[in-house]
Design a protein around this ligand. Structure first.
Ligand code: 5GP
Length: 138
């Protein structure tokens, strides 16, 4: 696991606009927000992608994420928002340390823009795929 800018922020080596901290989680304002109130929620555990994160850190993130969303809504007055978590460069992850974005969506110009190239689901292939994924859950 390489050190990242978020590791440096967690260790206090570089500053951030902190909004929340507990034993396992740190949350702060994104330095290049897509909208006012864009917050990053980061486990202190240095896992690169979500599939590598421990259950303990995942639980700590899950416990606090809705509370942080409520706080962002209350502080910005913007009721609509996206929660985004990118994994891997090809999936737009720039910092290889797990982080959840909370991104207010005040209007059609600001906030997250989403491409959603949906396609159909073939019945038999879907059943087989669902079985494969279910069987792979550790
Ligand atoms: P990703 O594309 O990896 O999901 O998002 C990384 C995010 O981290 C970007 O939105 C970027 O603006 C933010 N970011 C990168 N470096 C820093 C930094 O030094 N401080 C803060 N607060 N945010 C950062």
């Amino acid at each position: 696991m390489t050190d990242t800018v978020f590791g440096k922020i967690i260790r206090g080596e570089i500053p951030c606009n902190k909004v929340y901290e507990d034993e396992k989680v740190l949350a702060f304002l994104d330095i290049n927000p897509l909208a006012e109130g864009h917050v990053l929620v980061v486990p202190k555990e240095a896992a690169e992608t979500l599939d590598l994160l421990s259950d303990e850190s995942a639980a700590a993130i899950g416990r606090v994420l809705p509370r942080l969303c409520r706080a962002v809504v209350a502080a910005t007055g913007v009721k609509e928002y996206n929660v985004l978590e990118n994994n891997g460069q090809g999936a737009h992850q720039a910092v290889p340390h797990v982080h959840f974005h909370i991104i207010p969506k005040p209007n059609s110009r600001e906030g997250l823009g989403i491409g959603w190239p949906a396609r159909g689901l073939e019945r038999e292939a879907a059943a087989s795929l669902a079985r494969r994924i279910a069987g792979a859950i550790a």
